[in-house]
Design a binder for this molecule. Structure first.
Ligand SMILES: [Zn+2]
Length: 104
């Protein structure tokens, strides 16, 4: 399971806040503060993208599955006739293979 954006957001926020509190002691922590902010922003974007993009990906997967099952989802006239000899996909209306001439 990959890390979700909310994890980056939380870690980034903690790093940013901790660095901000520690930066009172010197300038060195400012870099960490920027890193933490960057991480939090990255996490927020990722969290947003994960929420918005994933349903589309599921739809794509469903569409792919549907196209993998031509017998169920496509009318018979659209199914390419695959040659039993050379496995070439031919026009659905073809009677002979366009590649090797074998009767379909
Ligand atoms: Zn053929």
């Amino acid at each position: 399971m990959r890390l979700s954006g909310i994890v980056f957001l939380a870690i980034g926020a903690v790093v940013a806040i901790a660095s901000f509190l520690l930066s009172a002691q010197g300038q060195k922590m400012k870099l960490f503060m920027f890193v933490g902010i960057a991480m939090a922003v990255f996490g927020a974007i990722r969290f947003y993208v994960d929420r918005t993009v994933q349903p589309e990906q599921v739809d794509e997967r469903r569409a792919k599955m549907a196209s993998d099952l031509p017998h169920v989802h496509r009318p018979l006239s659209e199914i390419p006739r695959v040659c039993s000899t050379c496995h070439t996909k031919n026009n659905p209306k073809a009677n002979f293979c366009g590649h090797c001439g074998h009767k379909l």
